[in-house]
Design a protein around this ligand. Structure first.
Ligand code: GAP
Length: 455
């Protein structure tokens, strides 16, 4: 993971947030290549969940919502993690995660007192991850919602407006709107990629646990009790998607939750085998029953039941959810693509990203940057390919070997080089195309380049 983090920084994928001020825990910025990979992942996800489906609708809901939304959802009361503070170095630990490390499971629904008891029983085995001390203050439940003073002019945050603890609430608020304004008939789904914020006690493991995140969610609205088969289909589809997008199947597994969060009747995680940390949650797939629409009906006073024209029944729809953090997805794809091999006796690092996800599709280089005739021809090829593929890079920095290494580390599938053979003789108007994964080089006619590269 250290190698991946270092590549992400070195090659402009991910920078530590507010770095010039020393960096901020759990905050990251995506650099020029990172934002391309992130956008490509979002586009691929959106294509599968919106464009390729007849029964899905897209949404982009506002970040700020009526604060009562978070009472209805259960977040103001139930969205908490247990925290304890090391008495020596003041490091704050997440009690359930530290207990998990020594093989003790803390139930999501445990009260503060129960957690304190469990913590005390295992005190001898628990130590501060920072200073090693075994002396902690009391366990207290810490609410993860981030408060803001948006529209609160009391000056004391007496009427806070929350940032979303989970992006999906915007979908529930708009369920009725989507039914009223589109042909949607149950069963149907709403897809959204939206921001969420969590006051995580210990943001950790690079992009894995951050305080600001983006969730790609699908909420599938179904008839009551028709959850079982559809739930299985959804789980399988999501597993298949990762494999189709290039993730190695052996790095994925499904795991059922032993402890259910407050809104779920059943919950499974798609876990990814993250380098250094091992298998951990990548995506959550939740059977939320009628919890959400019932709660919002109760708290808003707006009836969110649905009249089903097929069964002539009125009911509160049940919901099957998939939710994945884009940062975690980014990390999984970056990790899976990270490859080391040897070329001509030298270690090489490259990102084995499919063309669809690669931040740069093709890099174009004149063999020598001080030969105007090579540069002019290379510019022509560059302009032509840019029109075709958009994300095409001009690279004339350093010798050709260095350019290949740089493009390999960015994950550029093809490098096109314009050399003296491009200008004259039998090979006139042909270029060298170098394949990232095999490092093989072939000569291709310029006019055939777009077709060859697209294939
Ligand atoms: N709406 C359901 C929901 O929010 P969740 O299991 O809390 O469920 C869903 O979150 C997904 O969001 C997780 O599987 C993970 O990919 C991502 N996620 C959650 N908390 C995160 C955090 N602090 N940092 C990065 N990603 C996070």
């Amino acid at each position: 993971m250290d190698d991946i983090i270092s590549l992400a920084k070195r090659r402009g994928f991910v920078y530590p947030g507010s770095e010039i001020y020393g960096g901020q825990a759990g905050m990251y910025d995506y650099g020029p290549y990172g934002v391309e990979l992130l956008n490509n992942l979002k586009a691929a996800w959106w294509k599968t969940h919106v464009y390729d489906r007849d029964d899905f609708y897209g949404l982009d809901s506002a970040i700020f919502k009526d604060p009562r939304v978070w009472d209805a959802s259960g977040h103001t009361s139930g969205f908490s993690d247990p925290l304890a503070e090391c008495k020596k170095c003041n490091m704050r630990i997440r009690v359930d995660k530290e207990l998990e490390k020594i093989g003790v499971t803390a139930d999501e629904k445990m009260s503060e007192a129960d957690l304190q008891r469990l913590f005390d029983e295992n005190k001898d085995k628990l130590q501060c991850p920072k200073c090693g001390e075994k002396d902690f203050g009391p366990v207290r439940m810490f609410n993860l919602l981030v408060k803001t003073n948006m529209g609160d002019f009391t000056g004391e945050m007496a009427e806070p407006v929350y940032l979303p603890g989970e992006a999906c609430q915007g979908i529930y608020l708009n369920f009725k709107n989507v039914v009223d304004t589109t042909p949607a008939k149950i069963p149907f789904g709403i897809a959204q990629i939206g921001k969420a914020f969590r006051n995580e006690i210990s943001p950790r493991n690079f992009l894995f646990r951050t305080r600001e995140l983006e969730q790609a969610d699908t909420q599938y609205f179904i008839r009551p009790n028709e959850n079982k088969d559809e739930y299985e289909r959804i789980k399988q589809r999501r597993m298949d998607w990762y494999v189709a997008m290039g993730i190695r199947p052996e790095n994925l597994r499904l795991k059922q939750h032993e402890n259910l969060v407050f809104y779920a009747a059943d919950a499974w995680d798609i876990e990814y085998n993250f380098p250094s940390y091992g298998f951990d949650e990548l995506e959550g797939i939740h059977d939320r029953t009628d919890y959400d629409l019932t709660q919002h009906t109760k708290f808003s006073g707006t009836d969110l039941s649905y009249f089903d024209p097929q069964t002539n029944e009125k009911y509160i729809p049940w919901i099957l959810e998939t939710s994945v953090g884009m940062g975690r997805m980014f990390l999984a794809f970056l990790s899976d693509a990270y490859t080391e091999d040897e070329v001509n006796g030298e270690k090489r690092v490259y990102l084995r990203l499919p063309m669809e996800l690669a931040p740069v599709k093709v890099a174009v280089s004149p063999l020598l940057k001080n030969k105007p005739e090579l540069v002019a021809k290379a510019r022509e090829v560059y302009t032509m390919l840019k029109k075709e593929f958009g994300a095409v890079a001009w690279d004339d920095n350093g010798n050709i070997g260095k350019r290949y290494r740089r493009q390999d580390e960015i994950g550029t599938p093809y490098c096109v080089v314009i050399d003296f053979d491009t200008l004259e003789g039998d090979t006139k108007d042909t270029v060298t195309v170098r394949n990232r994964d095999t490092t093989e080089q072939t000569r291709v006619r310029i006019e055939e380049l777009p077709g060859v590269l697209a294939r």
